[in-house]
Design a protein around this ligand. Structure first.
Ligand code: BES
Ligand code: ZN
Ligand code: ZN
Length: 526
């Protein structure tokens, strides 16, 4: 979908449908809503004031009004932003996604929307660019469908060639008359439009990279193999990519990662993608993503039901790789970012690891593998050691669909976050909030060290039995983090995959983490 920014009057815009945002309970209408209402001879205000209104402006509620020739557009899509005191950036994203879904149902080709009127006293003011970016993000997120494997009609372009809807463009319309109060903005109308165009593009790039991550998670494990992830990483222009083979992984002493990989017919890789800013880097951030392309549990085999969705166990890898793709596309980040993805399958076979196996990780620590299904920490620990050796980062953030316990604790609504720096955790959480993703802190108390005790090795991989499983996994990873390094671990097992639709997140792979990471990295340079 093309997203454009142009200047003009929404009511007179030549599009198949126009989107009008409505703040719940606001009377009288203002701005674009008012001018569309006038052109429709009061249809919108009558609808809102009806004795039993079908539409009140509740967040993400939509109502389609046919215009019967009163406007160039055939339909007006009303979309609610919710109560004024509750409007957040996420409301704009969600409302935009809901409106786009309504437009897709109408099977229209082109839609236009005005910038939401958020300059009233009761509403936290958003600047024009932020509104434009959020509308673009929401529209692209909301229009996502995974159709790649849907028979003949599906195109081989990763789901973008959806033939069931022809929706091809969204225009964000900047009003021609600069409103009062905005006059003090230094830009002229033209400068404002240029800034809006840029903001809309940023929103589109962010959301498209989320959709790319969704495609990778949604596509099945017979296609999305470690080799596939490696090829996707290598295909991103503007970054350097170094890939270690399974033999090199073993040779470098990553005995823990190698143990998980050895049970599969598919070759394993450690992918290292690097982005370097043109000038001097403000900071070096390392990102690590768990890339288990299928988690059967290994010999500690999962029950059939739990295995059904385990193609999603590379959700962390998808998030960090898609983040790198967006950074490469935008080419304006002043932070160095190195992304590491250990990727393999976790399979039972004659060659696979056996419960009780003892291995030596790259940092020299020995691990007793009592449960082959706790494989994520086994591949991440070596990738983290390698990342610290290779780039000596200022900060390290890992994303992993690591524990079922995290899903039990937080459900699908939030990822668990833990680590060695409260400051980093705080900043990542704030970035998540700005991006529309929730992260909830879980502790790494010293008391949990007992879960790591093995009788025969330095560490055991699954020592906690039914207690604080997410923190236990975090404690295990912490054993591989250099002293004084700010590290945050995001357990995304819950929100990486959802089984019900919301306006901006259709069911299936969600691309969780991409927005948090991009907002985080871009906030570092502000
Ligand atoms: N990939 C799973 C975690 C998971 C579970 C992700 C559900 C998404 C949804 C992970 O490798 C795993 O199997 N963890 C075990 C650890 C246990 C054996 C200590 C778990 O959570 O049961
Ligand atoms: Zn597992
Ligand atoms: Zn797993």
């Amino acid at each position: 979908m093309k997203i454009l920014a142009q200047q003009g009057d929404l009511a007179q815009w030549e599009a198949d449908a126009i989107i009008v945002t409505i703040v719940e309970g606001t009377k009288p209408l203002t701005g674009a809503a008012l001018s569309v209402d006038k052109a429709l001879k009061g249809m919108i205000s009558q609808e809102l004031q009806a004795a039993h209104p079908r539409f009140k402006g509740k967040l993400a509620d939509t109502l389609v009004l046919p215009t019967y020739g009163k406007l160039p557009a055939a339909y007006v899509i009303l979309v609610g932003l919710g109560k004024p005191e509750e409007i957040k950036g996420q409301s704009l994203r969600r409302a935009s996604a809901a409106a786009i879904r309504a437009a897709k149902k109408l099977k229209v080709k082109s839609v236009a929307t005005a910038l939401a009127e958020l300059n009233q006293k009761a509403i936290k003011p958003f600047d024009t660019d932020t509104i434009g970016r959020l509308l673009a993000e929401g529209a692209v997120l909301g229009s996502y469908q995974f159709t790649l494997r849907k028979g003949k009609k599906a195109k081989a372009d990763n789901g973008t060639g959806d033939s069931s809807t022809p929706l091809s463009s969204l225009t964000v319309v900047l009003p021609s008359t600069t409103e009062k109060g905005k006059a003090k903005e230094k830009d002229t109308g033209k400068g404002q439009l240029a800034a809006l165009k840029k903001a809309v593009r940023v929103g589109q790039v962010i959301a498209e990279s989320v959709n790319t991550a969704r495609d990778w998670v949604n596509d099945s494990a017979n296609y999305v193999t470690p080799t596939f992830l490696k090829e996707q990483a290598e295909a991103i222009p503007g970054l350097t990519c170094k890939v270690l083979t399974q033999a090199q992984i073993k040779k470098l002493g990553m005995g823990s990662f190698a143990l998980v990989a050895q049970g599969s017919e598919q070759p394993a890789f450690l992918i290292h993608l690097s982005y370097k800013p043109k000038g001097k880097a403000q900071k070096k951030v390392a990102l690590i993503g768990k890339g288990i392309t299928f988690d059967s549990g290994g010999l500690s085999l999962k029950p059939a039901g739990s295995m059904e969705t385990m193609k999603m166990d590379m959700g962390g890898a998808a998030a960090v790789l898609a983040t790198m793709k967006a950074i490469a596309e935008l080419q304006d980040l002043s932070v160095q970012v190195d992304c590491f993805v250990p990727t393999c399958e976790n399979m039972p076979s004659g060659r696979s690891s056996k419960p009780g196996d003892i291995v030596t990780a790259m940092n020299g620590k020995t691990i007793e593998v009592n449960n082959t299904d706790a494989e994520g920490r086994l591949i991440l620990c070596d990738a983290m050691t390698y990342a610290q050796k290779e780039v000596n980062p200022d900060e390290m953030i890992d994303l992993a669909t690591l524990t079922g316990a995290c899903v039990v604790a937080l459900g699908k609504a939030a990822a668990g976050i833990m680590g060695t720096s409260d400051d980093l955790i705080d900043r990542v959480r704030k970035a998540g909030e700005a991006g529309g993703e929730k992260l909830w802190p879980l502790p790494l108390y010293d008391e949990y060290k007992s879960y790591l005790k093995s009788d025969v090795a330095d560490l055991i991989n699954a020592g906690a039995k039914g207690e604080a499983g997410s923190s236990a996994a975090g404690m295990f990873l912490k054993e591989f983090v250099d002293k004084n390094l700010a590290w945050a671990h995001l357990d995304i097992a819950g929100p990486a995959w959802v089984s019900s639709d919301s306006p901006e997140i259709p069911k299936g792979g969600t691309g969780f983490g991409v927005r948090t990471l991009l907002y985080y990295l871009y906030q570092l340079q502000e």
